[in-house]
Design a protein around this ligand. Structure first.
Ligand code: URP
Ligand code: ZN
Ligand code: ZN
Length: 464
């Protein structure tokens, strides 16, 4: 039997362990795992790690936000994804009320479909909750969008949901097996603390950290969890940033709440002293980067399985856009690039430095997000029958992160100067080599929109 492509003699990694074997690919699928496989094209992976293409389930490409549009569009962002070993991303279709959520899904697909260089899905961003929204839920699932996102902040953007909206939405989407994601920060408390911070003399944009202490996130997470528990539905906490918040999630999980959470490299590796620098506003994101003690707890909670997903919240603003802050920390275009460096940073700082195992890395970057977002086992898996989304990763490749070595459309990197050991060399998307020897060989439009299944069994507890 001759396969279209054989990836030869690599160390295949899953959350369960490692095995040295060949991977045979036919068309878009993984067709065999074995030894001495014969291929029309052979990719030598001797000395390499071979794992499933990672999923980044939290991106904002070409997002109109904070008075500008995020600088990575669907081409540059998804090309950066491929170069960084990410073969699936999930972005957001945010409802522009009074238009419907489905209008946003259609508009976002029209923007993304011709441009994407890897596969992608969409979360539905819900910005109002009323009977019209309830009526369109079945159509949204039908369209392959099985996860939702609501914001407990961003009043000014018109995105904020109140507690009743959040409770109602969790209760409704559980009937379809869907999950509500939430950006959990306490808007009122932040408003108060920002008023108190005004006029105080903080270096750089450190006032951003001062006005958003831990409680502004942990209280909101705690509240959202209680609402999900009362509604008996599924909740996903996006970009969780503090140790206290992670401990709240842990306690809830232990008592059986269907709550899940992600954190990202920025919260694991960057601390809020950076805000004091002259370019501190480059690191401005919501919630803010935190303290070294938070980083330690977040790593521990990744290792013990409380935090199940690593995702980047990529929302790139270049230095010209970031300069729009003009000295006012409340006007920073909030967000940072990250999709291209997630896999190498997780490997170098997580696995190499002994904070998580390689197997846990695959769970966090591939398997758990695929399961939680309705893509398992098509994505995130090297099993026979799965999409042949594969990363050939050189664990000895040393790179110093600078904007010049990245395809991300940004003139700085939040991780600039960081030395990593381990970088993706070759990436396959559904059996096609889209990155070869760290050079992009694919093309815009080759990615596909993914119709995602609900992650959970539907629960219908309405009274008959
Ligand atoms: O500051 C951030 N995180 N910008 C992106 C939008 C969001 O809140 O996720
Ligand atoms: Zn957010
Ligand atoms: Zn986000």
């Amino acid at each position: 039997m001759q396969y279209d492509i054989v990836i030869k003699s690599g160390e295949l990694v899953s959350s369960h362990g490692r095995t040295r074997a060949d991977l045979g690919i036919i068309g878009e699928k993984i067709a065999a795992i074995g030894h001495d496989l014969d291929g029309r094209e052979v990719l030598d992976a001797t000395g390499m790690l071979v794992f499933p293409g990672a999923l980044d389930v939290h991106t904002h490409f070409q997002l109109p936000f904070c008075g500008t549009v995020s600088a990575d569009d669907f081409v540059s962002g998804s090309k950066a994804a491929a170069l960084g070993g990410v073969t699936t991303f999930i972005d957001f279709a945010i409802q522009a009320r009074p238009a419907s959520i489905m209008d946003a899904v259609r508009a976002r697909r029209a923007e993304a479909d011709p441009k994407v260089c890897v596969d992608y899905g969409l979360h539905a961003g819900v910005t109002e909750w009323n009977p019209d929204r309830v009526r369109e839920i079945p159509e949204i699932f039908e369209a392959g969008v099985s996860s939702f996102k609501m914001f407990m902040i961003y009043k000014a953007q018109g995105w904020q949901s109140n507690d009743g909206d959040l409770f109602g939405a969790i209760r409704e989407v559980k009937r379809f097996g869907g999950m509500i994601g939430v950006h959990a920060e306490n808007n009122d408390l932040i408003d108060l603390l920002q008023d108190e911070t005004d006029g105080a003399d903080h270096p750089g944009c450190y006032a951003h950290a001062v006005s958003r202490p831990t409680v502004t996130e942990s209280e909101a997470i705690s509240r959202a969890i209680q609402l999900a528990e009362a509604a008996d539905g599924a909740l996903y906490i996006v970009h969780l940033s503090t140790g206290a918040s992670a401990d709240i999630v842990r306690a809830a999980r232990l008592r059986g709440v269907n709550v899940h959470a992600e954190t990202g490299p920025q919260y694991l590796l960057l601390d809020d002293e950076l805000f004091k620098r002259e370019d501190g506003h480059h690191f401005g994101t919501c919630p803010p980067i935190r303290k070294p003690a938070d980083q330690e707890t977040l790593w521990d909670r990744l290792a013990d399985g409380t935090l199940e997903v690593l995702a980047t919240d990529t929302c790139t603003f270049n230095s010209t856009q970031k300069a729009m802050w003009n000295g006012d920390y409340k006007s920073i275009p909030f967000g940072m690039p990250g999709i291209e460096t997630m896999v190498p940073l997780t490997y170098s700082k997580g696995v190499r430095e002994g904070r998580i195992t390689l197997e846990q890395m695959i769970a966090l970057l591939c398997e758990n997000p695929a399961r939680l977002f309705g893509l398992w086992p098509r994505k995130g898996s090297l099993a026979v029958g799965s999409d042949a989304d594969v990363v050939i990763f050189d664990p000895t490749c040393e790179v110093t992160i600078t904007p010049e070595v990245l395809a991300t459309n940004c003139d700085y990197s939040p991780f600039e100067g960081t030395k990593v050991k381990g970088w993706p060399q070759t990436t396959l998307l559904r059996g096609r080599v889209v990155v070869r020897d760290r050079t992009f060989t694919g093309e815009p439009g080759q990615g596909r929109f993914l119709h995602r299944k609900p992650a959970f069994a539907p629960i219908d507890d309405t009274e008959s």
